[in-house]
Design a protein around this ligand. Sequence first.
Ligand SMILES: Nc1ncnc2c1ncn2[C@@H]1O[C@H](COP(=O)(O)OP(=O)(O)O)[C@@H](O)[C@H]1O
Ligand SMILES: [Mg+2]
Length: 259
Amino acid sequence: MIEPIAYQKQLEGKSNAHLISFSDGKDYVVKYFQQGFEKTLPNEWISYCLARYLGLPIPFARIIDIPQSFSSQIPELAAMNHTPHQFALTYIPDCLDGHQVLRIPEITNSNELASIIVFDYWLYNSDRTRKNILLQGESENAFRLWAIDHAEVFGTYNWQQDELENLPTGLIKSATHQIMASFIPDEKQLFEQINIIQTIPTFLIEEIVSMIPDEWMVSKEEKKAMVNSLLVRRKKILPDLIQKFVDKIYRPMQNNNPS
Ligand SMILES: Nc1ncnc2c1ncn2[C@@H]1O[C@H](COP(=O)(O)OP(=O)(O)O)[C@@H](O)[C@H]1O
Ligand SMILES: [Mg+2]
């Protein structure tokens, strides 16, 4: 288990994420369990595991345990809830977000962008804002795009069980999806992604959800509802939704910007 070595700073945003250096020589963005935001960590964790399996461009993450003896010395951490198990995401230095780059000339991993959009529709990620992508400069005109912040999959960071059964089935308003879509070379990539999602073994989805730490207080029934929502959405809702996305967003955009 890695140990925290030095506190760096608090990061902007409602999750109260903290940048901390660890004993493996890396910096991590750490999110603590917070009252009122109870589903942030479960959402981040299952999103991370599913996105990693699907090969989305996301930073590596892990569940960690910061000792209370460390947190209590840092004013910013002393105020946090000391439930064991925090979510830690590898920090990607020197990135800009989608607000800070006015015109993106080229995205080097454009073949990975469809996977982010279809993932967001599968889990109903209501928060793919310009702040929740990172753009890492690879040359003067080209960026690698990373997806971060899955605190608001299933619609919100504090969902209740009945909401999982009634997640919206319409298009998500996201300028970031539009930006990403403009770099997707072929709509086939969006449809292929549905196939990949539909062939994740159900057992694996159940296993991922079952590994949510008990301290994050997701009940057995809520876990069942999470799995059920993922299974129902990937089969019954995702194909129509992505067709809608292609018809209403992807194709009109491609017709306006013939390359
Ligand atoms: N892996 C990362 N690498 C670099 N910066 C990050 C990373 N994760 C988060 N950040 C920065 O921290 C901010 C807050 O993190 P985020 O996961 O978006 O939480 P919030 O729910 O508070 O918006 C982000 O907007 C981004 O600027
Ligand atoms: Mg964010």
